[in-house]
Ligand binder design. Structure first.
Ligand SMILES: Cc1ncc(COP(=O)(O)O)c(C=O)c1O
Length: 432
């Protein structure tokens, strides 16, 4: 567990935690430790650090690890990781070169040939590709199940797989439909079905809500995974990943990260440190904007259906899960536009204040078409089965003024119904 004796909130510590200015000439902000390697005070020091780093000798509590080489350790990574661990109240955090690097390294560290990984659908397209196309080459089988599965059915499925089951991988809320799964219930089943010789780990991709609005570790999960490219980075200027979790789950992943070289570079970590200072402010502002956008879309005659947590109907299972495991609604709004792909594309081409781009969680609003962009590597029939329809549009809502965003969406929706959209400006006064 990270050291925070006064129990201060993470947002209070993002400007200081894990950094001693007097080790860096009094600099208020941590410098970027842009170095590949570190000087040892003596050959004996170097020998000792390697023994600890490679697990040849156990380090005592009172002994301090030294810096060796930036694939193994670097202060820019370490300060970032200590701060990331605080958000999730985790023993340890690790940073990665991308969300996919975090996911790949974490799964590989905890499976062996013959094992099975169960995973929720829909899931981010890159994750699906890893599970369905890459892991099978190494004798690891992946099986998808719908994210809104009944717990009895999931329990039965786990029982069917038996001892081969190594990881239950959840993405909640799911990208792009915002459908959620009960992390506490799944983790409890995985624990009950685990045996001393075969533990079933629950991994949760917490990119959409975490770390501010959801902490799967507190619900019993074994690992939180993030595309830090999204809210943690928050400015669409960095690709990065992160994980948080208990020591016994994170340490084996750390060894894999060292060997696979999937760590980020020091400048990337410095950018993430800058971003963590405003993480809560940004996520709260974005969620507020997204709530207004979702409500506007919900009442629009050219919109079929909106998928956003605050619109869930009380009394439904999805609503109960949301109430239980999230403290905020996030800023991804998905909606089905009336019509099909043509209408969706006309809408996307007409958006002006928002940008037509993939990714999410940044300060600017982004719009995209999951079926032909982020989730296009998922076979069409599978896409349809899990709600990724041709008229589905995903919006990542930024920190702009909500009324301005709504004006922009209004004019783009109007243009979605005209076949000569570019010749019919619906709101001539609106120019960006
Ligand atoms: C939910 C989710 N997980 C993982 C990833 C992969 O992250 P990255 O692009 O940082 O590798 C993404 C990327 O869009 C995502 O949306």
């Amino acid at each position: 567990m990270t050291f925070n004796p006064e129990g201060l909130k993470p947002e209070s510590l993002m400007m200081s935690y894990g950094y001693d200015p007097f080790l860096s000439e009094g600099a208020v902000k941590p410098p970027i430790f842009m170095t590949s390697t570190f000087v040892f005070q003596s050959a004996e020091h170097g020998e000792q650090y390697f023994k600890w780093a490679y697990g040849l000798e156990q380090r005592r509590q009172d002994q301090t690890m030294g810096l060796i080489y930036s694939r193994i350790n670097n202060p820019s990574l370490q300060i970032l990781e200590e701060r990331l661990a605080l958000w999730d109240q985790a023993d340890l955090a690790l940073s990665f070169a991308s969300g996919m690097a975090a996911i790949t390294t974490s799964i590989l560290a905890h499976v062996k040939p013959g094992d099975v990984v169960l995973y929720t659908m829909p899931v981010y397209g890159g994750t699906e590709y890893l599970l369905e196309n890459i892991l099978p080459k190494f004798g690891i089988e992946s099986r998808a199940f719908p994210v809104d599965i009944e717990m009895d059915a999931l329990d039965a499925l786990m029982g069917e797989i038996g001892d081969r089951l190594a990881i239950v991988y959840l993405e909640t809320p799911a990208n792009p439909t915002n459908v959620m799964i009960d992390v506490e219930a799944v983790s409890a089943i995985a624990k009950r079905r685990s045996r001393p010789e075969k533990r079933i780990l629950t991994f949760v991709d917490n990119t959409f809500m975490g770390p501010v609005f959801q902490n799967p570790l507190a619900q019993g999960a074994d690992l939180n995974l993030y595309s830090a490219t999204k809210y943690i980075g928050g400015h669409s200027d960095v690709i990065a990943g992160a994980i948080t979790g208990p020591k016994d789950v994170v340490e084996p992943i750390s060894v894999y990260r060292t060997i696979m070289g999937s760590m980020p570079d020091p400048f990337c970590c410095w950018l993430l440190l800058r971003s963590l200072e405003t993480l809560k402010l940004r996520m709260e502002a974005q969620a507020q904007n997204a709530t207004q956008v979702a409500e506007y879309l919900q009442n629009h005659p050219l919109v079929e259906q909106v998928f956003y947590p605050t619109l869930l109907e009380p009394g439904t299972r999805q609503h109960a899960i949301y109430q239980k495991q999230c403290t905020g609604s996030g800023a991804v709004v998905a909606f089905e536009i009336k019509g099909g792909k043509a209408e969706a594309f006309r809408f996307l081409n007409a958006v002006k204040l928002g940008k037509l781009a993939v990714s999410l969680g940044g300060t600017e609003t982004l719009v995209e078409h999951p079926a032909s962009m982020t989730h296009s590597d998922i076979p069409l029939d599978v896409q349809l089965r899990f709600g990724i329809t041709q008229n589905l549009v995903r919006i990542s809502v930024g920190v702009e003024n909500a009324d301005d965003l709504i004006r922009d969406l209004a004019q783009a929706l109007e243009r979605s119904v005209t076949s000569a959209a570019d010749k019919v400006p619906a709101m001539v006064s609106f120019e960006i």
